[in-house]
Design a protein around this ligand. Structure first.
Ligand code: HEC
Ligand code: HEC
Ligand code: HEC
Ligand code: HEC
Ligand code: HEC
Length: 401
């Protein structure tokens, strides 16, 4: 910690020439995402209380555009009821393994330790630059941008006016291309090689999927999830983002047996930079229905796109994810009705939290084994995953064309 503070002092005059060449992206990220992240320590004496604060609301006073985007993103909701009820069942070491991605600052972990009464909780009240709400605010600005109270960010935009003078707010910012690199995101969106696996596959493998995709040479994660540097991070929870991920072609074909048809569908992953979807959590459900002239409906069949594993996460049920650039084909035979005027409809429903829905229902079924304080959070978590479901699109085809 002492060293980190020295670092602040040594770098606080931006006009000084750098003492050594900037570290490589790899070396920067190894330090930046050291696990655990060190406490920030005392803020530089020149900082106002506003500059010292780690709260997104403080950053947002001067960076309102990023705050407005961030607060609607899932990163801002990373300490929702879905993780909070589980923390009530854990000891501090176990919880900190989750918090590495969900609330990574040392100051957030300390607040949560106090809240849960964990034995290693700090005995001192938090310093002034740590507001109590910080623990529930999830993946906050400071977790990505602040180390030892110094700001780190991407290279200045080409059109930015050069920073001048001695009185830069929060000492200016250290700028590095690491912020535009996919490896920046990999810290939380990719498990290491020795991470947990089912059926030989890493539970989190997004960076590796991207690296093997046609997007790797020129489309880092940021180019899709932070367009124009916006702090959106829209993914499968957002209908428009998910619509842009796939191209769906569907046609009807008469079979040789009279009155028998086949509905042929191709779903191509044209817009996701990794498998569609990347994790085991979401499912995309395809329901094929024959709609007769009278309006009566006859189900033809269902297919699921996703990686389905049991709730213990030990057994793979099926893996039908579509790698970037690849496609999945479905052929379902059915009988045409006697009356003309019928059509086939494909209805695609997205369940962004399907795996958690099953897990949470399992846990609720064994509610007698849970602490009473966990139950309202667990019910709220289940409600949230159910509410996140939506119909993505509907396609209709008639035998004529
Ligand atoms: C009192 C206003 C103020 C507060 C509070 C503030 N900033 Fe800044 N920030 C600035 C200004 C002004 C600059 C431009 C400095 C420069 O040109 O180097 C800046 C630059 C940055 C940069 C470099 C990228 C860029 O746009 O130039 C990052 C990243 C950043 N701030 C993050 C944060 C974070 C995270 C917080 C909260 C923990 C925060 N700031 C709080 C005023 C503020
Ligand atoms: C410190 C860990 C961390 C880092 C770094 C991080 N993320 Fe995340 N990300 C998370 C967590 C945790 C969630 C899930 C939050 C929740 O739903 O509770 C998430 C959610 C997301 C989602 C939303 C997915 C959905 O289901 O719709 C996207 C997209 C995303 N991250 C992209 C990125 C990108 C791009 C980067 C790099 C610029 C990045 N993340 C960096 C931890 C991180
Ligand atoms: C390596 C980073 C990482 C670690 C460690 C991690 N998570 Fe997550 N978590 C994520 C990401 C990324 C998502 C988003 C997944 C998605 O959108 O499909 C997520 C989503 C979730 C969600 C669903 C969203 C919500 O808020 O309801 C829950 C619940 C959750 N994690 C709980 C945990 C628990 C409990 C632990 C510790 C046992 C943990 N996570 C450890 C990265 C992580
Ligand atoms: C998950 C990590 C993450 C979080 C959380 C995060 N940022 Fe960023 N931020 C980034 C990355 C990555 C970039 C660079 C994106 C790029 O180069 O395409 C960036 C860029 C910026 C910039 C420079 C924008 C520009 O147009 O040059 C500012 C300022 C900034 N962030 C402030 C904030 C503030 C304020 C918050 C909280 C409200 C915040 N960030 C939350 C990762 C994050
Ligand atoms: C070419 C654009 C593109 C690139 C590059 C890209 N993504 Fe995505 N990402 C998407 C789209 C579109 C979705 C929504 C469909 C889906 O879930 O696959 C998505 C969804 C997600 C999700 C939601 C969870 C899930 O199970 O699908 C996460 C998390 C995510 N991306 C993280 C990343 C990370 C991390 C990287 C870089 C290693 C990255 N993405 C690169 C377009 C992209």
């Amino acid at each position: 910690m002492a060293l980190a503070l020295l670092g602040v002092a040594a770098c606080s005059r931006p006009s000084d020439p750098p003492a050594q060449p900037p570290p490589s992206v790899e070396a920067f990220l190894a330090r930046h995402w050291a696990d655990p992240i060190a406490p920030q320590g005392s803020p530089p004496a020149a900082y106002s209380a506003l500059e010292a604060s780690l709260s997104p609301s403080a950053c947002g006073q001067c960076h309102p555009a990023q705050r407005d985007d961030w607060q609607h993103s899932l990163h801002a909701k990373a300490m929702g009821p879905g993780i909070r009820w589980q923390l009530l069942l854990m000891d501090q070491a176990g919880a900190n393994r989750c918090l590495r991605c969900h609330a990574p600052l040392a100051e957030q972990k300390a607040l949560l330790a106090i809240e849960h009464g964990w034995p290693a909780a700090p005995s001192q009240p938090p310093p002034a630059y740590v507001e109590p709400a910080l623990a529930q605010e999830g993946l906050v600005c400071a977790a990505c941008h602040v180390r030892a109270h110094r700001r780190y960010g991407p290279p200045a935009r080409p059109d930015a006016a050069p920073a001048q003078g001695e009185a830069l707010v929060h000492g200016g910012a250290q700028r590095t291309p690491a912020f535009g690199d996919s490896r920046f995101c990999a810290h939380c969106h990719q498990f290491p090689d020795d991470g947990p696996r089912t059926a030989g596959k890493l539970h989190e493998d997004t960076y590796a999927q991207w690296l093997a995709s046609p997007h790797a040479p020129d489309r880092p994660c940021q180019s899709c999830h932070m367009p124009g540097r916006r702090h959106l991070w829209r993914g499968i929870h957002d209908p428009q983002t998910t619509r842009d991920a796939i191209d769906v072609q569907m046609q009807l074909r008469p079979l040789t047996v009279a009155g028998r048809y086949e509905v042929l569908t191709e779903v191509r992953n044209v817009g996701a930079g990794h498998h569609f979807p990347t994790y085991m959590v979401p499912k995309v459900e395809l329901a094929f229905v024959r709609v007769d002239a009278s309006g009566a409906e006859q189900p033809i069949g269902q297919r699921v796109i996703g990686w389905t594993v049991d709730t213990a996460i030990t057994r793979e049920i099926e893996d039908t994810r579509i790698p970037a650039g690849a496609s999945a084909r479905f052929a379902l035979p059915f009988d045409a009705p006697g009356e003309p005027g019928w059509a086939v409809e494909l209805r695609i429903v997205v369940k962004p939290g399907e795996h958690y829905e099953r897990t949470f229902r399992d846990s609720l079924a064994r509610a007698d084994r849970l602490p009473a304080s966990a139950l309202p959070l667990l019910r709220q978590a289940l409600q949230r995953v159910v509410d996140a479901e939506y119909e993505l699109m509907r396609l209709r085809r008639t035998p004529a064309g």
